[in-house]
Design a protein around this ligand. Sequence first.
Ligand SMILES: [Mn+2]
Length: 334
Amino acid sequence: MKIIKRVLAELRKHQRFLITTHARCDGDGLGSELALAAMLKRLGKAAASPALMRGKTAYIVNDGVPAELGFLPGVDKVGRGLKALPAPDKYDALIILDAGGVDQLDWIWPHLPKNKPIINIDHHPSNDISGVVNWIDEDMAAVGEMIYRLILAARLKITKDIATCLYVSLDTDTGHFCFSNTPPYSHIMAAQLLQTGIKVREVIKPLYENKLMGDIQLFAECIRNIKLLLGGKVAVAFLTRAMFRKFRSFGSESQTYLTVLRSIKGVKVALLFRESEQGPAKVKVSVRAEAPIDADKLMHNFGGGGHHRAAAATLKIPLAKAYAIVLNQIRKSL
Ligand SMILES: [Mn+2]
């Protein structure tokens, strides 16, 4: 495929890279970054400065690393927050993975130099970043799948470390191979990753079975207060600051909650409203929707986006207000 060759050519053209992904980095974002960094190392590339000076070969800067992803090989090399951002003269090109668009990069975008070539790899149709090469393919279950194809195209070996990172990408973005975005190829790719010798249990255990009691109690409280609306077609749940304080937990991935909401018989739209942990009033709305409701289009109304069946938006208003306007929009679409 031509676009993969163009991405490879662009990667070969530069020597030092800065890699990043969307805010509240997830399994696909981080897994893809780490697998790509490992690939660049095998291509003989270095990445940007501070890491290089510490004798490391890949430089990644994210807004943070979720605790459950702390076991991924190479994660100790990931820079956390803007303070980890290297000076622009320390790298030649930017690689942006799984971003979804400029909005989802708001934590880092204004701080990035505007004169660097951007290699933009994503599977979100909402991606509006313009790079020197833009590989956007919404038929890919995960960006990890795109990185996998890239590594194969470069005829490089899939090591166990790379396989672990890519398996996490695939598993998290397909909801354990259950979402409608899971093509046959995802299963073939998973089988090939497992053939490197990695074990499913060794990946799944730290990822999903490492919760604290507070996380479970917060989950219980959230689920107890589910609202069913519009004749049972819409299920809504809330995570509030008061709950975070009470249970000393910020909860698990939104997906954990949304999976329960959408599993209720008759539910077509599942919504999770999550208050920001601190600072001025801000609410993240995550949605899972069945056809004919388009989650991506729905969240576009609020400056967000994602995929047709799964999307999110962040509203800079109080929770009650966000709830009212989102519900109003859904009422119109149903
Ligand atoms: Mn993704």
